[in-house]
Design a protein around this ligand. Structure first.
Ligand code: NAP
Ligand code: ZN
Length: 351
């Protein structure tokens, strides 16, 4: 075991602050890395503030962060995939049972006993896992990914959660040429959703509550931008969408989006607001529409997504910040004021 520096929350109401945590020494299948960049996901904020207490109560201290890019500093003797000095990336999962049918299909996100990157029982230390707001981490090689060489490392970090979480449902639901696709909310996930829907050839419409984001959305790849508070603009699209991906972090009216689906269309939730959302049954049954959800992605698909990003030169649009500004970044997330992902430069933890 060794000590690492980290930013942690001590309680649901305390700001994140510099802390010392314990990490395991690498075992034969482990990769140890110096973390270079870690994205700030809205999930980090939900978890740090215990907003998901009903599903995943927070254990304190909590070290969030699951959009990790680092440089390998040591590897166990069973590791062939990485060598010292390589760049490696880690997302939301650091382990799973490995033997269930989901794991055997590389769908580890559906394993009944996964280990998420933070706030999950840590089989090695006996405590909980600590995430990427830290100067180093040790992860089983199976959950470490290769970052295509042409990608900027700070911009690549958010691919590990915002990227895979939007890429995976789009593939599952067949987003591509000839499909009309909506993305709701232009934050970290939403802006990746726009980039992927555009790259996959779909007609892409962005729904936002922030009129000031319109030009950015068009630049990111949207064919059209709808201000969701404008009922007339919304009505023009009634019954026309094949698929809508909802990436909103707070309470909002999803019935407005069900109305925009065509027959057999699907509204897929990736956003995970604190409180339940209301659904009007008639919004679904007229038109045989469906409402679905999707969590992150498995190991094979995560590498596939990274390779797709390498091929299409896709990274997140990021604001790189020092760790000392995490609390300020959280406040800006709550005000929908992020363009379009905060990424912590871990060099700020040195010294
Ligand atoms: P984010 O960067 O804060 O973006 C959320 C966006 O939602 C905002 O930028 C805003 O976009 C919109 N929004 C916020 N409050 C709203 C409100 N009251 N009404 C309508 N729209 C509102 O968050 P994120 O990191 O992308 O995460 C989004 C959600 O996905 C979070 O709940 C997060 O926990 C969840 N998540 C889920 C998974 C998964 O596996 N399913 C993975 C990662 C994250 P506009 O300004 O454009 O309206
Ligand atoms: Zn996330």
């Amino acid at each position: 075991m060794y000590n690492a520096k980290a930013f942690s929350a001590a309680s649901a109401s305390s700001p994140l602050a510099l802390d010392t945590i314990v990490r395991r020494d690498p075992t034969p299948n482990d990769v140890q890395m110096e973390i270079l960049f870690c994205g700030i996901c809205h999930s980090d904020l939900h978890q740090a503030r215990n907003e998901w207490s009903g599903v995943m109560p927070t254990v304190y201290p909590c070290v969030p962060g699951h959009e990790i890019v680092g440089r390998v500093t040591s590897v166990g003797n069973g590791v062939a995939k990485f060598k010292v000095g390589d760049i490696a990336a880690v997302g939301c999962l650091v382990d799973s049972c490995g033997v269930c049918s989901e794991c055997k299909q590389s769908l580890e996100q559906f394993c009944a006993t996964p280990t998420l990157t933070y706030n999950f029982p840590d089989k090695h230390t006996g405590g909980v896992t600590y995430g990427g707001y830290s100067d180093s981490v040790v992860v089983d090689q199976k959950f470490c990914f290769k970052v295509p060489e042409n990608l900027d490392l700070a911009g690549a970090a958010p691919l590990l959660c915002a990227g895979i979480t939007t890429y995976s449902p789009m593939h599952h639901w067949g987003v591509g040429k000839g499909k009309k696709v909506g993305i709701v909310g232009l934050g970290g996930l939403g802006h990746m959703g726009v980039k992927f829907a555009h790259a996959l050839g779909a007609e892409t419409v962005l729904f936002t509550t922030s009129p000031g984001k319109k030009d950015d959305a068009l630049r990111l790849g949207a064919d059209e931008v709808v201000i969701s508070k404008n009922a007339d603009e919304m009505a023009k699209h009634a019954g026309s969408f094949d698929f809508i991906l909802d990436a909103v972090s707070a309470d909002h009216d999803i019935n407005a989006y069900l109305n925009l689906l065509r027959r057999d269309g699907n509204l897929c939730l990736v956003g995970a607001p604190e409180k339940p959302l209301a659904v009007a049954a008639f919004g679904l049954l007229f038109g045989r529409k469906s409402l679905s959800g999707s969590p992150i992605g498995g190991t094979v698909e995560t590498q596939e997504m990274l390779d797709f990003c390498g091929k299409h030169n896709i990274t997140a649009d990021v604001e790189v910040i020092p760790a000392q500004k995490i609390n300020e970044a959280y406040e800006r997330l709550l005000n929908s004021d992020v363009k379009y992902r905060f990424v912590i430069d871990m060099a700020s933890l040195k010294g």
